[in-house]
Design a protein around this ligand. Structure first.
Ligand code: HEM
Ligand code: SF4
Length: 577
């Protein structure tokens, strides 16, 4: 389908556009002077303008915060390096790609890779002078990092588990189609990193339409996220997205998608006008209509989003400022048809399934629990080497989940033993049943030492905190209870803490705000329970909560429902859904 060329002039708020708007404006469609800056031998960093632009190419400049003060004392510049995030719609990689990506992490990265909460894979610790080689190596694996970060539509997610329903094979390609449809068209990435010759064809007066038919010269006011789920599994946390699509079937045939809009989890401490919001269900569209629905929704945000204050520029604020009814009318007008009524569906869970399961074609799929998506070898196991060996023998495909886990897909029955024995030989259990329910359902964002926004630890601390909480769980007979806990180093929301039955958001080193009461199926946010707790405080409050839960819960009641029923927290007025 052709993109419809309708970029409008910058919206009214752009007269006083934020600094990033001006950087985009003078960037010549995301080129800036990235080429020169990445060759500059004087520093391991790049300029502030280019820090913003390189995000659109999938990379963040970071510095090692563990050594920041030490280097400052020694009058050295911070230990700069780059994180790069692949675009992998639906999280699907072949065995050959896995091997090539493993090579990249060894050769250019810090020897690990990380599966993100949006089904992408990212590498840390790449030095400036290796970024181009990294991107070239990704290209050789038929992968790119375009729109990995930046003010554009990001990695499109899709329920990855092929064992869930026959619908899966019909739905999955739509994630790829939407991703391609909404991809920036600028050739900047190919010119800068892949040495494609500069070859712009400008039409007088029509520059923006020619180069970026959807985004125009200023791209979006802020990032944009889309996910597709197949009920009853909300493993994509679709209400956390700017657009959430829920596949609807009839007799195992894909009828279309319920459409939800305006989700977004990040907020800023001390800014009461910022908040987490769950997406609102607005209607239904057929598969043939879904690309247009996504395109025009993005275009409305392009035209009406706030470009003055980046803290208020996500689509959720546009929807609340303009009104949901206004949005529906605007969307229908641009589409030239009205969305249908939302079709009935249910969501049971946001969790992943672990262990072996089969599909009707006789193939087997192994859900593997990873600790916060980190693919590495350490003193307890050698997961990275195990996965490489499995990939080298071409025993399966690789699907990343939205909960930082991995599914080894399409294993032939005669290869099950081989996969199991490779994992075993590397000290990794194929099955997660030995882990507590709390650990199985835990998510942590990266936070320290690489994330510049982090105020407290997350990935490096949550495993230890859970070990301490397991003492409490054992005491109250809750070891196997499925409880969803999520920790982030700041309120930006990368680990979806505000959708945890227990949510922990970093305030300062060693201190967290405790949030309770999100639903297990992801359709209700949690609410603030206690502020600024240290570890002793957290363990005490949660031990008391677990005791009360065991004593007073209704049979089968999940923790999030118990907390809500017993009014441990007062949920804020419902935004969105
Ligand atoms: C103002 C808002 C936000 C900012 C400035 C921000 C910034 C960042 C940064 C710097 C990282 C890289 C950390 C590292 O690798 O060291 C990161 C990771 C990530 N962010 Fe955000 N983020 C924001 C909000 C969100 C939200 C709301 C989501 C999704 C719900 C999200 C999803 C992710 C994901 C999937 C990762 C990859 C790492 C992981 O899985 O933990 N981000 N973010
Ligand atoms: S939630 Fe905050 S600390 Fe965690 S990765 Fe995102 S920006 Fe960094």
């Amino acid at each position: 389908m052709e993109l419809i060329a309708t970029p409008k002039p910058l919206n009214a708020l752009a007269a006083n556009g934020s600094a990033v708007e001006h950087i985009k404006d003078r960037s010549n469609y995301l080129r800036g002077n990235l080429v020169e800056d990445f060759h500059n031998p004087i520093t391991a960093a790049i300029s502030e303008d280019n820090v913003q632009l390189v995000k659109f190419h999938g990379s963040y400049m970071q510095d090692d915060r563990d050594v920041r003060l030490h280097r400052q004392d020694k009058k050295l510049e911070p230990a700069y390096s780059f994180m790069i995030r692949l675009r992998v719609a639906g999280g699907d990689l072949s065995a050959d790609q896995w091997v090539k990506l493993d090579d990249i992490s060894n050769r250019y990265g810090n020897g690990t890779s990380r599966i993100t909460t949006r089904q992408a894979l990212q590498f840390h610790g790449i030095i400036k002078f290796d970024l181009k080689n990294t991107i070239k190596a990704m290209d050789a694996a038929l992968l790119d990092s375009i729109a990995g970060c930046g003010d554009v539509n990001r990695n499109v997610m899709c329920t990855p588990d092929p064992t869930l329903s026959n619908l899966h094979a019909q739905v999955f390609p739509w994630a790829q189609k939407i991703s391609e449809h909404l991809l920036p068209r600028s050739r900047a990435y190919h010119e800068i990193w892949l040495d494609e010759a500069e070859g712009k064809t400008l039409v007088a007066g029509g520059e923006a339409e020619e180069i970026e038919p959807l985004y125009g010269k200023h791209y979006l006011p802020r990032k944009f996220k889309i996910a597709i789920a197949i009920s009853p599994f909300n493993d994509m946390d679709i209400y956390a997205n700017d657009i959430g699509l829920i596949a609807v079937e009839e007799n195992s045939k894909l009828l279309g998608f319920n459409v939800a809009v305006g989700g977004g989890l990040g907020f800023t401490f001390g800014r009461e006008d910022t908040y987490a919001r769950l997406a609102s269900e607005i209607g239904f569209c057929t598969p043939e209509q879904v690309l247009d629905v996504c395109f025009h929704t993005v275009a409305i945000q392009r035209d009406y989003g706030n470009r003055a204050d980046r803290k208020l520029s996500r689509f959720k604020y546009t929807i609340d400022r303009q009104g949901l009814d206004w949005f529906k009318q605007e969307l229908n007008a641009r589409l030239g048809f009205d969305l249908g009524e939302v079709r009935p569906f249910v969501f049971d869970t946001t969790g992943d399934r672990f262990g072996w399961r089969s599909t009707t074609d006789g193939l087997w799929h192994l859900g593997l629990r990873l600790e916060y998506g980190r693919v590495l070898d350490n003193e307890t196991h050698r997961l990275k080497s195990a996965l490489r060996s499995i990939a080298e023998q071409n025993l399966c495909g690789f699907r990343m989940t939205g909960n930082q886990n991995l599914i080894l897909t399409g294993v032939r029955e005669e290869h099950i033993d081989a996969v199991e024995s490779i994992l075993q030989a590397h000290g990794y259990a194929a099955d997660a049943s030995h882990l507590s329910g709390l650990r199985r359902n835990s998510i942590a964002c990266v936070a320290l030492n690489t994330c510049p926004q982090a105020m407290a630890e997350a990935e490096r601390y949550l495993p230890d905190l859970i070990t301490k909480l397991e003492v409490s769980l054992d005491k109250h007979g809750l070891r196997n209870e499925e409880i969803k806990i999520r920790m982030t180093g700041c309120p930006n929301g990368c680990g979806r803490s505000v959708l945890g039955e227990i949510g922990l958001i970093g305030k300062s080193p060693g201190r967290y705000n405790l949030y309770l009461g999100a639903s297990f199926n992801g359709d209700r946010l949690n609410a603030l329970c206690r502020e600024n707790l240290d570890e002793a405080g957290l363990l005490k409050v949660l031990d008391e909560l677990f005791a009360a839960f065991t004593a007073k819960r209704i049979e089968g009641e999940p923790l999030g429902e118990f907390v809500t029923r017993c009014r441990y927290v007062r949920h804020p007025a419902t935004k969105g859904k």
